[in-house]
Design a protein around this ligand. Sequence first.
Ligand SMILES: NC(=O)c1ccc[n+]([C@@H]2O[C@H](COP(=O)([O-])OP(=O)(O)OC[C@H]3O[C@@H](n4cnc5c(N)ncnc54)[C@H](O)[C@@H]3O)[C@@H](O)[C@H]2O)c1
Length: 290
Amino acid sequence: MASQRTSIRYGLTKFALRKINSIMGLLEGKRGIISGPLDEQSIAWKVAQKCHEQGAKITLTNAPVAMRFGEIQKLAEEINAEIIPADATSLDDIAKLYSQSQDILGGKMDFVLHSIGMSVNVRKNRAYTDLKYDWMQKTFDVSAISFHKFMQVAYQQDVMADWGSMLALSYIAAQRVFPDYSEMAESKALLESFARSFGYHFGKKNNVRVNTISQSPTMTTAGQGVKGFQEFFDYADTMSPLGNATADECADYCIFLFSDMSKKITMQNLYHDGGFSNMGINPEVVMPSE
Ligand SMILES: NC(=O)c1ccc[n+]([C@@H]2O[C@H](COP(=O)([O-])OP(=O)(O)OC[C@H]3O[C@@H](n4cnc5c(N)ncnc54)[C@H](O)[C@@H]3O)[C@@H](O)[C@H]2O)c1
């Protein structure tokens, strides 16, 4: 009887171990590039940590200026990854990012995360009805065209492994009006459109998938740059039946989209927002309880 109990216990342990192993190691043997980790709040920071936990080998990248202001060095030491500075608007920098990443990691990339956003007009507090167009072009270049550049350079230089995954982060202001999000709304609409259009070409080339995640408001440097962000955040949190998705949860979703579990998902904008995007009215927003 005692030995039966032990074997049942042993059996359960083996089952539990198998379960843990199947959850861990989702990215074992994969190589990737994570852009945009600035500090511990950054979505890309959490993604990089989880890629490491799941067995991937990665390089980190950010704008050269972020090397001075951010804390990326701390992350690099923690997960034993190299940093390759690159301005996401520069084709030369992107080409170097890819060639160095392949040298360091020893082969083609299985995944690339674009986690980059910045609006000049928002930073300078320009009203949406009084935008400066040279600033707007800079915003589009940094926040959206850079994703096309990431894909075009990778496509032309054959950087992506078969069945690889390219992913960028978006926001629902691409579809709905959030006045204080300003020109970032159009940046995100462009970003999502690039994912759809390039997804076709990359899929035909070597089965590489391209998607965007439309993430809840998240307390990060880029997020908090938007006027009235706290109200924005609280409204979405109350409106969504599951509450806002956190940066950590967004990172889990990115891991899934980098993994072989999502091989046939491509050309999609995927809402990761606790249900916000399908809500019409929530009584808790209209008539808050005392
Ligand atoms: N925070 C939110 O509420 C939220 C919601 C939905 C989507 N997103 C998107 O998530 C992504 C990541 O933002 P985050 O919230 O983690 O904030 P973050 O400020 O931590 O990250 C933005 C990153 O963009 C980098 N960057 C800016 N200009 C660059 C350039 N020229 N070249 C290379 N890198 C450059 C910054 O250095 C920074 O690391 C962005 O695309 C953002 O729009 C954020």
